[in-house]
Design a protein around this ligand. Sequence first.
Ligand code: KG4
Ligand code: ZN
Length: 336
Amino acid sequence: MKKDVIILAIETSCDDTSVAVVRNGAEVLSNIVWNQNMTHEKFGGIVPELGARRHLKVINYVIEEAIKSSGIELKDLDAVAVNNQKGLIRSLVVGVAAAKTISFSLNIPLISVHHIEGHIYSNILSHPELKFPHLCLTVSGGHNLLVLVNTHFSYEIIGNTLDDACGEVFDKVARFLNLGFPGGPIIDKLSKEGDSKKFKFSRPMLDQDNFNFSFSGLKTEITRFYEKNKNNSDLKIVDVAASFQQAVVDTLIGKTIKAAKKFNLTQISVVGGVSANSKLREDFKNYENKFGFKVFFPEMGYTTDNAAMIGAVAYYKFLNQSFEDLNLDVFPNRPL
Ligand code: KG4
Ligand code: ZN
């Protein structure tokens, strides 16, 4: 009988310290996420140096917790995987150092994973029925791509952001409106009480014949609009939030559907922190019925950064015997 493959996975690219134990790339035995929101919220954004120090402080504890709550023992591990590509350099270093130590001391293979690849696999983890090829929209604080996912490890980027990623714009608009950090979930919640048709903000690049995005101008448009109208007693912040969110959602969905049609793909996968957005989910589902696409969203716990998604990718790399040595480096800006 085929032996199970049990992988310990580590993700420390930004402001979440996460460690998971994943069996056969599909069964998540544990997925611990230590989020640093309290460390960064008073600054209205992530402070890289503070983030790295926080990772260092908690990484051993998070590893212990992940092992303990998975019900396995260290000797059961077949490999250790780590995200070493794409993220804040000093944060990545903490995860990579921990992974190397485990690989060396337990004498098990070391596997490296690209952060965006992790997000792509978060949906393969959530939906085993999602097949290749499919179109993946990755929307997060640090990336905003449209990717043709042809098969395992075969990606073709057909659209990218020319400036800010849409999660970053959610965070920046929320900071400007003094709503708190991280901005995405706050704007999502507030928008439920607002009128999304109240203000017609632009849908950037939607009418252009390419699959790129640009959200920085929309951010400026919102801030200028607010500065001009903030003393108007009729202005409701929930309407600004809902109208802004609708502009982002329409743009993301419009571009994605255009790409799915052009490349003749009927499966759309939406991943990354912004894939948690309730309006994006609702509107995509409506288009699903209209156009006959099937749209997949990860389970909520696998939308924002988590190590389970790293463990899912690593399983397929394990099957390919794609291992690293202890000289493994970090690559903060390496493209997918
Ligand atoms: O994937 P992630 O944890 O980190 C990166 O890879 O960047 O994504 C974090 C981003 C933040 O910008 C956050 O505001 C956004 O995801 N986000 C949301 C929601 N939940 C998280 N944006 C919109 N609506 C949400 N519900
Ligand atoms: Zn991410």
